[in-house]
Design a protein around this ligand. Structure first.
Ligand code: SF4
Length: 205
């Protein structure tokens, strides 16, 4: 099998307080199946040059922060685009990186079930941006299928437990209301989500 490669857009080192405990390095990738209206990645990142790195190369690059990761319970956070599109890469990375690194993935869960299944074995903590739990709002805002996201979220919660799944619920200008956001939060709690974060999208056009 070909060595999986990650379309690396950039590394942001020494982050704290943004992806859970510890010092983290954001590992940003290109490519996403959704087309969110307010996507901050669309313009700058669509044109940015992309390096295709192997898992071994990335582990070596991230080792510069090994002591910080170990001392604080941090590690790499794979972000997007959509990090779980690269589930085979994540599995390879997990196999090669120090066992104590906490591997996290930011995801919309808008990925085929088999990619999620692969990622479940490779990622310690999932940070999910669910957009909105209403199928119509979801479709209008992302162009994607909310049913797929919901199915994947149920699978994820069942597989890893709610303590490893942090779900972010945005207030999306022009697409949902605080009442919609509250309805999404209530539905997520019914589904078993315990780590919920409500926040406002900030638009930068
Ligand atoms: S899921 Fe994220 S990266 Fe993908 S289009 Fe939406 S905002 Fe952009």
């Amino acid at each position: 099998m070909d060595e999986p490669r990650y379309p690396l857009i950039g590394l942001t080192r020494l982050r704290m307080g943004t992806d859970g405990a510890g010092v983290t390095t954001l590992v940003a990738s290109r490519g996403c199946p959704l087309r969110c209206r307010w996507c901050i990645n669309k313009r700058p990142l669509a044109e940015a040059p992309v390096e295709q790195v192997t898992a071994a190369e990335l582990v070596e690059r991230l080792r510069v922060d090994d002591l910080y990761f170990l001392a604080t319970g941090g590690g790499p956070t794979f972000g997007g685009g959509e990090s779980l599109l690269h589930a085979a890469f994540l599995a390879r990375f997990r196999a090669l990186c120090p066992a104590q690194w906490r591997v996290r993935a930011e995801t919309s869960l808008a990925v085929p079930e088999e990619r999620l299944a692969l990622a479940i074995g490779a990622v310690d903590d999932f940070i999910v941006d669910c957009k909105d739990m209403d199928r119509g709002i979801y479709r209008r805002y992302t162009g994607g299928d909310g049913a797929l996201m919901e199915r994947n979220l149920r699978t994820l919660l069942g597989a890893v437990g709610p303590e490893r799944v942090h779900v972010r619920v945005p207030l999306i200008p022009e697409y949902n209301t605080p009442e919609d956001q509250a309805r999404s939060a209530a539905k997520l709690r019914e589904m078993g989500v315990t780590q919920l974060e409500l926040f406002d999208y900030v638009i930068r056009e």
